[in-house]
Design a protein around this ligand. Structure first.
Ligand code: COA
Length: 197
């Protein structure tokens, strides 16, 4: 790839682990890239399948695309393989959130390499509250350092917990609900001040 094209790619800093804390408990958590250094284990697969099967999360993220069929360990394996592909091709970037014991409690992602503005996504274990806002703040720092100018989240108006995360992390409502693929979404955006060179 030539230098000019390279400049339009996110440049993530080396190192796969970023520490965050849980706002409610002050416990340490960390973000880990699902790249080639990630070891696919049956534990990881089971933990992801268990969290993604939780009712509220499943209903918001999977029910429609899965036509109501259950989220299985095969879906978790596919998710991890797909996540590795994103880092390998540098087209989308998924991080797991783990607690200090290494248990997977959530995930956050940047859905494209578009430095002008990329969508983010996230999910959390409903039994482990209090880390997601800080995880998204950390994701914003990672993105800004990688060269992104802004990030945005698309959220349906009924998803008040998700709206809370975006607002606490400093995202601002950009548009009143707009219709996309038969659903109303609100766009929340954060624009980064770039360091002067
Ligand atoms: C959206 C989702 C990740 C939010 O998880 P969460 O545990 O509510 O998020 P947080 O950890 O940020 O917040 C939990 C609590 O800690 C508090 N908190 C956390 N970090 C905080 C911070 N930095 N400052 C102030 N309060 C904070 C919040 O106020 C919240 O308290 P409340 O529930 O009494 O309002 C979770 O509900 C989920 O996985 N939903 C299903 C998937 C989904 O909807 N994804 C988004 C699609 S757009």
């Amino acid at each position: 790839m030539d230098k000019k094209n390279n400049q339009n790619q996110p440049r993530f800093k080396d190192g796969t682990v970023v520490e965050i804390s849980n706002y409610l408990t002050c416990q340490k958590f960390f973000l880990q890239r699902i790249d080639n250094s990630f070891n696919l284990s049956s534990e990881a697969v089971n933990e992801i399948a268990a969290v993604c099967s939780q009712r509220e999360l499943y209903d918001f993220l999977f029910k429609e695309t899965f036509n109501g069929r259950p989220y299985t360990i095969h879906d978790a394996i596919k998710f991890l393989d797909w996540a590795k592909k994103g880092w390998e091709e540098k087209t989308y970037f998924i991080f797991l959130v783990k607690d200090l014991s290494g248990k997977i409690v959530g995930a956050v992602d940047i859905k494209s390499a578009n430095l002008e503005g990329a969508e983010i996504g996230y999910w959390a274990d409903r039994n482990v509250r209090g880390f997601m806002t800080n995880a998204i703040t950390a994701l914003c720092n990672i993105a800004r350092n990688a060269g992104y100018k802004s990030l945005y989240g698309l959220v349906i108006p009924e998803n008040s917990k998700s709206i809370g995360v975006l607002e606490r992390a400093g995202f601002k409502k950009k548009k009143e609900p707009f219709l996309e693929k038969g659903k109303h979404y609100i766009k929340y955006e954060i624009i980064f001040k770039q360091a002067e060179s």
